[in-house]
Write a protein that binds this ligand. Structure first.
Ligand code: CTP
Ligand code: CA
Length: 225
């Protein structure tokens, strides 16, 4: 009965979500990564699925189980995530980029393990990874809506609006990652939802509740356009 009472307002929609961290390898056994747990992305996937969508998650390495009906494509590096999104993105209506993609990767990958004896000091040079959200925004089709996240430590609204415009996104989910109960590796989040027309500040909520509010915002946005 509970299932029957749930909203099915994403019935027939195809949703693509990126989630989790990426790993950028220095050598075969070492990488640079970040503290993302993937919880927000998986909460979004489950919310979309419950509302009737067909969902694909392109996920970096995480420790989360989900419904068998949610398709998961596992990737490690930002470049792999980019290649995967690029090849499948046009099959989807709603694209959500919640992954904490590493902005940079080591410039030179060492084919064999770096040995400490050969180095007194070690410099690691980094180069930029492709911006997956920006690519999806720039190549967006008429039927698609593109949603990005924005992790900031200052000037939340201003910096996030800049991302909205520069990446040609429809919506940005902005979070101040320095706030207690927001961002990496916690079960709650404090976000502000931003479109070109609206700014909606939300209180501290569980990541499941945040996922619900994000899809409410998306459905409202779809109805208006
Ligand atoms: N993003 C992405 N590919 C990247 C970097 C970021 O798809 N190589 C996406 C993230 O998934 C998020 C959005 O871009 O949806 C914003 O990420 P964020 O780290 O907040 O901003 P950046 O644009 O990377 O800029 P900066 O880290 O300098 O603030
Ligand atoms: Ca970044």
């Amino acid at each position: 009965i509970e299932r029957l009472l749930e909203k099915k307002d994403l019935d027939g929609k195809r949703v693509l979500i990126t989630a989790g961290p990426t790993r950028e390898y220095l050598d075969p056994v070492r990488f640079i990564s970040n503290r993302s747990s993937g919880k927000m992305g998986f909460a979004l996937a489950e919310e979309a699925y419950k509302r009737g969508a067909k969902v694909t998650l392109v996920s970096g390495p995480v420790n989360i189980q989900t419904y068998a009906d949610i398709e998961i494509v596992n990737v490690e590096t930002a470049y792999e995530m980019y290649e995967e999104v690029k090849s499948i993105k046009d099959k989807y209506d709603i694209l959500i980029f919640s992954a904490a993609v590493a902005d940079f990767k080591p410039k030179n990958f060492r084919e064999s393990k770096i040995k400490k004896e050969q180095e007194q000091e070690l410099q690691i040079e980094l180069q930029k990874n492709p911006d997956i959200l920006k690519y999806a925004g720039e190549t967006k089709k008429d039927w698609q809506i593109v949603v990005g996240f924005s992790a900031e430590t200052e000037n939340l609204i201003e910096n996030s609006k800049k991302k909205l415009y520069e990446k040609n996104a429809d919506l940005i989910v902005a979070n101040n990652v320095l706030q207690e109960g927001a961002g990496f590796n916690v079960d709650t989040n404090i976000v502000t939802l931003i479109s070109k027309e609206k700014v909606l500040e939300l209180p501290k909520l569980s990541k499941e509740e945040v996922a619900g509010r994000i899809f409410d915002f998306i459905v409202d946005y779809l109805c208006r356009r």
